[in-house]
Design a protein around this ligand. Sequence first.
Ligand code: SAH
Length: 250
Amino acid sequence: MIIEALTVFPEMFEPVMSTSILGRARRAGIFDFTAYDLRDWTHDRHRTVDDAPYGGGAGMLMKVEPIAEALDCLRSRGPRPHIVFFTPCGDRFDERVAERLATKERLLFVCGRYEGMDERAYAYADERLSIGDYVLTGGELAAMVVSDAVIRLLPGALGDAESSVDESFAGGEGGGLLEYEQYTRPASFRGSDVPEILLSGDHARVARWRRLNAIERTCRWRPDLIADADLTPEERAHAERFMAGLGGVQ
Ligand code: SAH
């Protein structure tokens, strides 16, 4: 996969894209990353990318011309990019979107700054994404969040010992639930013990405990996910009983 970012702060990306799992996957050729400096598509001495908004108001907006020129240029070479603009006004990013983006050959992320950008720049967008209901100072962190979530889904990015199938929100085997509780040594810590079943070595009982634990955790922390979760009729009945009993839990 090719991942590219168009930004006025290209230097922000390198530490993230070259560390840990992302760095390993990049060195292994699972994805290729380039950050492009939007100022390279300006023509004035000050390399201006922003201007005051028509109609007045606080702050500056990103100008349309450098963005349009940059995207014309980047689009003209290589495979057709899927162009994503980051804005708090976009569709909410989640694991489903990450799974969809992970199927693209080339992703091109456009990062806003200042008060956002001239609306006409969005003519280049295949989609607009928000990473949540809060306002960042720029789209770079959003682009890195999305890149991280997408890259770990690419075949070979996670090692054999790591896996994305059971994880929170995962479709397929995960069933759209939060992940079950996990423990490592010691078995007892300051009076808090690891659930007995996990020490039993009985894989079928462990699997069943994990499944019910994932359902209960989802009921407790993210009840909004339960309606769409992939549950058997017995599991759904368990979830309903658990929810009914939750009343007083804080
Ligand atoms: N004035 C805009 C916010 C601009 S923030 C508004 O009220 O909608 C500056 C830039 O940061 C945006 O152009 C966008 O690229 C990025 N950004 C801020 N919050 C974001 C979020 N929640 N998700 C994705 N990108 C965001």
